[in-house]
Design a protein around this ligand. Structure first.
Ligand code: ATP
Length: 371
């Protein structure tokens, strides 16, 4: 299945009036991959999904599936199925008839439809409810019917528009596991639009982070999380502090950065930088030590504790370091409770220089919705 279900998006732009909802997107989604598209509201992810499905036509550029240019093909003939956010089930039809409906449109006999629909309902563990109508189901069950209905056409690509957003937290986590299981059983490509970072990280082989109609970064969840491309990706995906400064000098591939308060940071992998360049870099919030000591260490920052939040497995400590952005430290809960902090206390945060990750991309926005 893998090459058959690969998606190649080449220079795709979508204009609504004069506004570019999607701007020259180039993206390859490997066949059989679980791809999650994420970005602030209005960044163009749904429009891109709808263009893959054939519900919108690109203003320019091409979309291929399995090597075939499908840009001008109708929705039903490009090997995709779209699962809608509101499930769009037929209220008066049984689950069997709901799931088998698209086969009716394609001319299959009543028997064929019934057999195929029951197989699909079995796959999503709803065969025992096959004769019910949608209003007799829970939200999670309705969602599985919608999934079965999308999958019955045997698509190469399943497109999911915020499939979990209507569910409560408990069901959302259960359905997440279910989606991943289905995707690996079927071996087809899933493209899933989400607002939720942990959902993207947990599900995807490939995370596509968008902003203002462009793809900011497309990579594995680990790469996106550990090596964000730009300050925007680091802030939007979370778990990072973004710092900045000017290159003071270079020592081989290590740049010495002078922060606005005079603190020095060592940035490895600084190839291409020169003295005087303004740079941004990130440091993971969970790799930082907090102490009361006032040392003159490099790769450190000091500030006043302004908020403490217990998160179960870790404690989130927010510092005001005099910069625009709060500096956040995730402390292991045992370490925290061995030496608790207090709001108002002055502390020093230190970390290993190898944790400074150079943010080469220039998008410095905060990742807010594009309303
Ligand atoms: P959300 O997460 O809120 O669903 P999104 O990232 O999916 O947002 P899109 O729905 O793709 O964003 O919208 C991208 C931009 O295109 C927005 O500015 C939106 O207002 C605009 N847009 C989308 N569909 C249309 C349309 N049919 N006509 C005009 N403008 C549209």
């Amino acid at each position: 299945m893998s090459n058959e279900s690969r998606i190649d998006i080449r220079k795709v732009t979508k204009l609504f009036g004069g506004a570019k909802a999607v701007n020259e997107v180039d993206l390859t989604i490997e066949g059989g991959a679980y791809c999650c598209m994420i970005g602030p509201s209005g960044c163009g992810k749904t429009t891109l999904l709808r263009m893959i499905a054939g519900h919108e036509t690109p203003s320019s550029g091409t979309i291929s599936i399995g090597g075939q240019d499908v840009t001008a093909l109708k929705t039903g003939s490009r090997g995709t199925a779209l699962m809608f956010q509101n499930y769009a089930l037929f209220p008066h039809m049984s689950l069997t008839d709901n799931v088998g409906f698209s086969l009716k449109v394609r001319g299959f006999s009543a028997d064929q439809r019934r057999t195929a629909a029951r197989e699909m309902l079995d796959r999503v563990q709803l065969l025992h409810l096959a004769d019910r109508v949608p209003s007799e189901l829970s939200g999670g069950q309705q969602q599985r019917v919608a999934l079965a209905r999308a999958l019955i056409t045997n698509p190469k690509v399943l497109l999911l528009d915020e499939p979990l957003s209507a569910l409560d937290e408990f069901l959302r986590l259960r359905m997440r596991v279910e989606l991943k299981r289905l995707q690996s059983e079927l071996g087809i490509t899933f493209v899933h639009v989400t607002h939720t970072q942990p959902e993207a990280i947990a599900l995807a082989d490939q995370v596509v982070v968008m902003d203002h109609g462009v793809v900011e970064q497309a990579a594995s969840p680990r790469e996106i999380y550990n090596r964000p491309h730009s300050p925007y990706v680091a802030r939007f995906m979370g778990g990072q502090n973004v710092l900045g400064g000017k290159v003071e000098k270079l020592d081989g591939n290590v740049a010495v950065i002078a922060g606005p308060d005079g603190t020095r940071y060592d940035l490895t992998d600084a190839a291409g930088l020169k003295a005087g360049d303004a740079v941004k870099f990130s440091v993971r919030r969970d790799r930082i030590d907090l102490s009361d000591a006032r040392s003159e260490a490099r790769n450190a920052t000091s500030g006043k504790v302004i908020n403490i939040e217990y998160q179960g497995t870790f404690v989130k400590v927010s510092l005001d370091t005099g910069l625009r952005e709060e500096f956040i430290v995730y402390m292991d809960d045992a370490d925290y409770f061995a030496a608790p902090k207090e709001v108002g206390q002055e502390v020093r945060a230190t970390w290993q220089p190898c944790l400074n990750h150079f943010l080469r991309g220039t998008n410095d926005s905060a990742g807010m919705p594009h309303e």
